[in-house]
Design a protein around this ligand. Sequence first.
Ligand SMILES: *[C@@H]1O[C@H](CO)[C@@H](O)[C@H](O)[C@H]1NC(C)=O
Ligand SMILES: *[C@@H]1O[C@H](CO)[C@@H](O)[C@H](O)[C@H]1NC(C)=O
Length: 308
Amino acid sequence: MVLPIFFLLLIVTQAWSVRPQQLQQQGKNIFILAGQSNIAGRGGVVNNTITGIATWDGIVPPQCSPNPSILKLSANLTWVLAQEPLHSDIDFNKINGVGPGMAFANYVLGKDPNFGIIGLVPCAIGGTKISQWEKGTFLYKQMMKRTQASVQNGGTIQALLWYQGESDTESQEDAKSYKAKLEKFFLDVRDDLQSPMLPIIQVALASGSGPFIEIVREAQMGIDLMNLRTIDAKGLPLELDNLHLTTAAQVQLGKMFADTFLKFLPSGPTVSPIRSSAPRNSSNFVVNILIAPLFLCIRMILFLTNII
Ligand SMILES: *[C@@H]1O[C@H](CO)[C@@H](O)[C@H](O)[C@H]1NC(C)=O
Ligand SMILES: *[C@@H]1O[C@H](CO)[C@@H](O)[C@H](O)[C@H]1NC(C)=O
């Protein structure tokens, strides 16, 4: 009696502490997060109206809590327990807040508890244009270097989560050349990762730092590549700057990323076969709840009477 309780306790306590082996564990599910400020995360970042100094309010909603199964590749290329603000050591010139990454990872694990360890690779830098992500640029090389480091001890690159384009809404020229540049960027990333079908989930803009938002949105929606999915952030609540998604909006965006990613998995979320999602009709109920135990009882009685 004591032994099973001991093992149960062992399992429960182990589940809630990150062991060093877990940080090095092979077979991580790697997600690259790249783009500009809204994927780096500015949720909860507010400017002091008097001093003008930006600070993060420090509010982490439960959907973005740390989880022993969610790790991130830190700036020095080591794995650490992931926590908000996810990009603070990457987009370090800015004040970071809540982004979609933690909510995304927690939703995936909530829907699919057998998914395994998630390894987030933050790469986003605020205020960057698509031309700064072109193959050969510093940001592109950094992203590749970090991604390659993330799979050094094994692991699978599951998807690129991409949210960028606000800075390309300032000039009409940038907005008009956006589509071709974005498409080339996606193809170059897949090519260099030798993953021609790599799932990419991009976000259609909710806001922009200039007036040509609709041109960029049309460019985003107009790209037609296999395994590219577009989720739309338009209408999600924005901070007072009218540019950055609020913390609540980031939680919602994380869920949209997760729902979209889960559809890439072969059978959708891996649900336990016993707990079917099929609606429980009355005949199922009668068979499962009433008749089956009844048969079991009869068989047990027959078995016992045989012995006696
Ligand atoms: C790398 O960064 C992490 C988190 O920022 C830190 O905990 C760790 O000590 C650093 N490791 C090295 C070798 O610098
Ligand atoms: C805070 O001020 C900076 C600099 O003026 C601006 O770029 C940013 O959008 C502002 N953020 C908010 C949340 O108002």
